[in-house]
Design a protein around this ligand. Structure first.
Ligand code: NDP
Length: 288
């Protein structure tokens, strides 16, 4: 059993604290709006009245607030109590924000681990939840049993920015999927179809297309976008143009498809129309 303080009791922080209580840890909680701590107190948590009191109460503190600006203000309030303590920050942010906070923590003598939660609150403590971590390996190893109570815990390396980078990369993949899903349904419903009836066609199609990803990943790593091409970019870009045209015909805005069309067209203009779609990645990589 570890003593753990959870600072930030929004939807996610409350789920983290409730899970840690349920799994037998000694939990102290703090939230800017104190009323949010009450249900957790009824479940067995101790309430701290300030961030400093929360940090001082436990071996490990977990911070989970809306963004890094909020995280910074909570940590500023806890400053006097933080030195020598173990801090895990599960607030969503960018790699640079994570690295800056890690540098601040180092100056303050705080052991710092950054994390990115790949789950929604009801998944916390259940199979399928994943939290990515980066930063102090020693802290991660020390508290892995407690962190494993929340989700599968994966440490990506000592670079504090890695968890945020991989978290946002996974979300980028997710929002690409949601964009395609929404556009596909806008087209189908414009023709009188129902999204629920379309799903039995869409789901197997998307699943089949994920089968192409290992080949595309290999091409991204090797840079050999012209190897074994079965669906060249010029051909695929005609399909993208037709999606945009059909959208206009159907009174559907083409906005979801347009960025991909623009990037593919740029890649073709650079002379790579016979390459695979993987080559479009080169158009979004800033030339160093
Ligand atoms: P909520 O909007 O439910 O809660 C926000 C929390 O941040 C509250 O505790 C709020 O306190 C606190 N907060 C906001 N501003 C400040 C401030 N200036 N000072 C102190 N505390 C502040 O968000 P979630 O709990 O859902 O999200 C928390 C983190 O978890 C985010 O970084 C989010 O990206 C991440 N996350 C959330 C997921 C989700 O599905 N919910 C999924 C994966 C990650 P108060 O109650 O006083 O307003």
């Amino acid at each position: 059993m570890t003593s753990i303080s959870v600072l930030g009791l929004g939807a996610m922080g409350a789920a983290l604290a409730a899970t840690l209580i349920r799994k037998g840890h000694a939990v102290t909680v703090w939230n800017r709006t104190p009323s949010r701590a009450e249900p957790l107190a009824r479940a067995g948590a101790r309430i701290a009245t300030t961030p400093a009191e929360a940090v001082a109460a436990s071996e490990l503190s977990i911070l989970c607030v809306v963004d890094y600006a909020a995280a910074g203000s909570v940590l500023a309030e806890a400053r006097g109590a933080l030195s020598g303590r173990d801090l895990v920050n599960l607030t969503n942010g960018t790699p640079r924000e994570a690295k800056n906070l890690a540098a601040w923590a180092e100056m303050e003598g705080v052991n710092y681990l950054d994390g990115g939660i790949m789950a929604i609150p009801p998944m916390i403590g259940e199979a399928g939840a994943l939290v990515l971590y980066s930063g102090s390996t020693a802290l991660f190893e020390r508290h892995k049993p407690a962190l494993d109570a929340l989700a599968e815990s994966r440490h990506l390396g000592d670079d504090s920015g890695l968890a945020a980078l991989y978290d946002l990369a996974l979300l980028a993949g997710m929002y690409g999927l949601f964009s395609g899903f929404l556009h596909a349904n806008a087209l189908v419903t414009s023709g009188g179809g129902k999204a629920v009836d379309f799903l039995p066609l869409l789901l197997p199609w998307l699943k089949a297309m994920t089968g192409t990803l290992p080949d595309l990943a290999g091409k991204i790593d090797s840079g050999r976008h012209s190897d074994n091409v079965v669906s060249n970019l010029a051909m695929q870009t005609i399909a993208l143009e037709n999606i945009a045209k059909a959208s206009a015909e159907q009174a559907v805005a083409p906005d979801f498809a347009e960025p991909m069309l623009r990037l593919a067209a740029r890649r073709i203009a650079e002379g790579h129309g016979s390459d695979d779609v993987s080559g479009v990645i080169e158009t979004v990589r800033e030339k160093k």
